[in-house]
Design a binder for this molecule. Structure first.
Ligand code: NDP
Ligand code: KPL
Length: 310
């Protein structure tokens, strides 16, 4: 299976490098600046235990992109999606399946409109990673994993082929028959954690420990859960229990990638991760005052204003 990773950043770079190192046929669609860094230094990953790895990736730029890909792992930020899809379009033909790793749900509509429903798989990436100033992927303490599936849950030949290609490559994988709900469940937790980080200006643990902190965490989680439920994707009890445990862990150093971007002064995916959920809440008549406040704080606090480093 020929795999094209679109976006050799934290997520695409990590999973793509693992696949390439495991012998899969992988190329990365990159823009010129990233291409220059990767050509000079290779694709470098630093693991949480202090170990590191480097591969020499196969790179392609948009001007040289040809069709003939079986699987696209789409791993750009939401604000880069439209431009990335314009670059990608010439490479997509009837055999191409697109597996998105983006957070939230809005990109699914954009992908279906651009490539047609049948080209689009569902996907969830679990990893805590970012690019450092030198372009090295710094991986944090979340066990890297990809969950994927046909959006209608079928165990098609295509998705079992994707499963064979992705599994046993140095990260966990799960072929899901409920990928839509898996995506909503991740959004349920991620939006709550991101909103909580934002309103409390820091990681979960210290924020939960202050008076009113635990109640605030659970109230935000109740809001994200209510929006998911109104959308017909109520989180299952295991997801609710996991989310409640994570959002009330007084020892947790956890911050979401969106909050890390806020602190670093990077562009944000706030509208994809929080804003879209607030819009859906308003359409469904669900009151989400804490999510609305987080959305407003993110709009004011772009470029890291007011956020303290963690
Ligand atoms: N980081 C994390 O821990 C997690 C992130 N996610 C989600 O995964 C998605 C990707 O996040 P992440 O990997 O952190 O983001 P990064 O910013 O680290 O990586 C995105 C990469 O996309 C590249 N890119 C943007 N536009 C194009 C284009 N037109 N062609 C080729 N490459 C392009 C950027 O390269 P350049 O700008 O240099 O050209 C950049 O290297 C997000 O939606 C995020 O929410 C999901 C799980 C965990
Ligand atoms: C919650 C987490 C770390 C899971 O992968 C994530 O997706 C993010 O922070 O963007």
């Amino acid at each position: 299976m020929r795999v094209l990773v679109v976006g050799a950043g934290a997520v695409g770079g990590y999973f793509g490098a693992r696949l390439a190192a495991a012998g899969r046929d992988v190329a990365f669609l990159v823009r010129p600046a990233r291409a220059a860094t990767l050509t000079e230094h290779g694709l470098r990953i630093n693991e949480p235990d202090g170990s590191g790895s480097r591969i020499r990736p196969t790179l392609v730029t948009a001007d040289r992109l040809q069709p003939g890909w079986d699987l696209v792992l789409l791993s750009v930020k939401a604000y880069a999606l439209d431009a990335a899809l314009a670059d990608l379009t010439p490479a997509v033909d009837g055999r191409t399946a697109i597996l998105p790793a983006l957070n939230g749900m809005r990109h699914m509509d954009v992908l279906r409109e651009t490539f047609g429903s049948s080209a689009v798989l569902g996907g969830v990436a679990f990893i805590s990673a970012h690019l450092d100033d030198a372009g090295v992927i710094e991986v944090g303490g979340v066990l890297p994993a990809l969950t994927f599936g046909e959006t209608d849950g079928r165990l098609s030949d295509r998705i079992t082929g994707v499963d064979r290609t992705l599994r046993d490559a140095g990260f966990a994988t799960r072929l899901s028959e409920t990928i839509g709900l898996d995506m909503w469940e991740k959004w349920y937790l991620l939006a709550a954690a991101g909103a909580f980080n934002t309103l409390m200006r820091g990681p979960i643990g210290p924020a939960v420990a202050v008076p009113g902190g635990r109640e605030t965490a659970l109230a935000i989680l109740a809001e994200t859960g209510a929006v998911c439920t109104a959308a017909g994707s109520a989180p299952r009890s295991a997801a609710v229990e996991r989310a409640r445990a994570m959002m009330t862990d007084t020892d947790s150093p956890f911050t979401t990638s969106m909050y890390k971007d806020l602190v670093a002064g990077h562009p944000l995916e706030d509208e994809q991760i929080i804003g879209d959920l607030v819009d859906r809440a308003e359409t469904a008549g669900v009151d989400v005052p804490l999510l609305r406040a987080a959305r407003a704080a993110l709009a004011v606090g772009g470029a890291g204003a007011g956020a303290r480093p963690v």
